[in-house]
Design a protein around this ligand. Structure first.
Ligand SMILES: C[C@](O)(CO)[C@H](O)COP(=O)(O)OP(=O)(O)OC[C@H]1O[C@@H](n2ccc(N)nc2=O)[C@H](O)[C@@H]1O
Ligand SMILES: Nc1ncnc2c1ncn2[C@@H]1O[C@H](COP(=O)(O)OP(=O)(O)OP(=O)(O)O)[C@@H](O)[C@H]1O
Length: 302
């Protein structure tokens, strides 16, 4: 079974004050984009769970902490019944590791879906999402895809209506950033919002509904950007460079350090992407579209 799952961009990320559970209440407007990881789930001896990482996966271990492996084990524990199960997973990564694009979450989501099909388990989508949220706050969105509003830890999702396709350019940084470290710096800066400040503006929802990239550009917002830039001041040069090159807006994706640039159309995105590649600190540039679907099975020949 082969499942493909998308990376995400946070169109709006509003962050409340740290809760007693160690998490922040969020208003998290996600969009899935066409940068995809692939997880292949092949039969293995009962009780045998393995993962092999391929592609751009430097720094990700193949041990018990691997998110795809944890997802498979969790699914077997909770829904596997009495028969011992096993799986040999192979992950092919294109989503940057520790890039603020939920790559680990995409792998976990893909592994949940691939194993549920491989093992022929009767698990409903909302049950998979519930398992996913135990693995990471971004996992339920990687299952759902599209454009969606996340509340709670970002894992309680409601789909959002959009028209057309948005053109994005991504600048992948040379080194990743740790999500907990960015949240900790956010706390140190004392920027947590009061509950009444956790709300998405109507203008943002309207821009998505009408597919108006210019209007959307004026509404993109990430509360974690200041903390990410504080840890990685070099990112401000990348953000600035994208705007100089004609992007409608630039933003840090989630906890960073990937920067996302919204472009008017395909030709503007080609211009931005070709010229951005030479910016110091930028390791790779990717041109992607959003929204795309969440984790889904692909035929073995793809
Ligand atoms: C920054 C985002 O990517 C935006 O979508 C997410 O909020 C992070 O999602 P994630 O990496 O799937 O998060 P998890 O793996 O569940 O948590 C990693 C760490 O991020 C912090 N965390 C995450 C989500 C949240 N609502 N509040 C938090 O404070 C916590 O320190 C947690 O220990
Ligand atoms: N299959 C996996 N793919 C990527 N990272 C994994 C995986 N399994 C475990 N990890 C670990 O998870 C951590 C976060 O990696 P990830 O690529 O998901 O970061 P991220 O995109 O910044 O996350 P997010 O945007 O959800 O906050 C890294 O320390 C990485 O080693």
């Amino acid at each position: 079974m082969r499942v493909r799952a998308p990376a995400k961009i946070n169109l709006a990320l509003l962050v409340g004050r740290l809760g007693d559970d160690g998490y922040h209440p969020l208003v998290n407007l996600f969009q899935a984009v066409s940068l995809l990881d692939d997880v292949l789930a092949a039969p293995a001896e009962p009780g045998c769970f393995t993962v092999t990482m391929t592609g751009e996966s430097a720094g990700v271990g193949e041990g018990p902490d691997n998110l795809a492996l944890r997802a498979a084990r969790l699914l077997a524990e909770e829904h596997g019944g009495d028969e011992p199960l096993g799986v040999a997973l192979t992950v092919r990564k294109t989503i940057p590791v520790a890039g603020g694009m939920a790559g680990g979450s995409a792998d976990a989501a893909a592994a949940l879906l691939a194993c549920s099909v491989l093992w022929d388990l009767d698990v409903a989508p909302d049950q998979l999402a519930a398992l996913g949220s135990r693995l990471g706050a971004d996992v339920p969105f990687a299952l759902l895809g599209g454009t969606a509003l996340g509340t709670g830890r970002g894992d309680v999702l409601a789909p959002v209506l959009t028209s057309g396709t948005f053109h994005w350019v991504l600048a992948v940084a040379e080194e990743g950033l740790s999500t907990p470290a960015v949240y900790t710096r956010f706390d140190e800066l004392g920027r947590g919002r009061r509950p009444e400040e956790l709300d998405v503006p109507d203008e943002l929802m309207n821009a998505l509904r009408t597919g108006d990239a210019r209007a959307l550009a004026g509404q993109l917002h990430n509360d974690l950007a200041e903390a990410a830039l504080d840890l990685r001041p070099d990112l401000s040069r990348t953000l600035e460079r994208g705007r100089e090159l004609g992007a409608l807006a630039s933003l840090v994706s989630g906890s960073g350090p990937t920067c996302a640039f919204l472009c008017e159309d395909e030709s503007a995105a080609i211009d931005v992407s070709t010229q951005l590649a030479s910016t110091p600190g930028v390791q790779a540039v990717r041109r992607v579209l959003g929204p795309v679907h969440g984790a889904r099975l692909v035929s073995p020949t793809h």
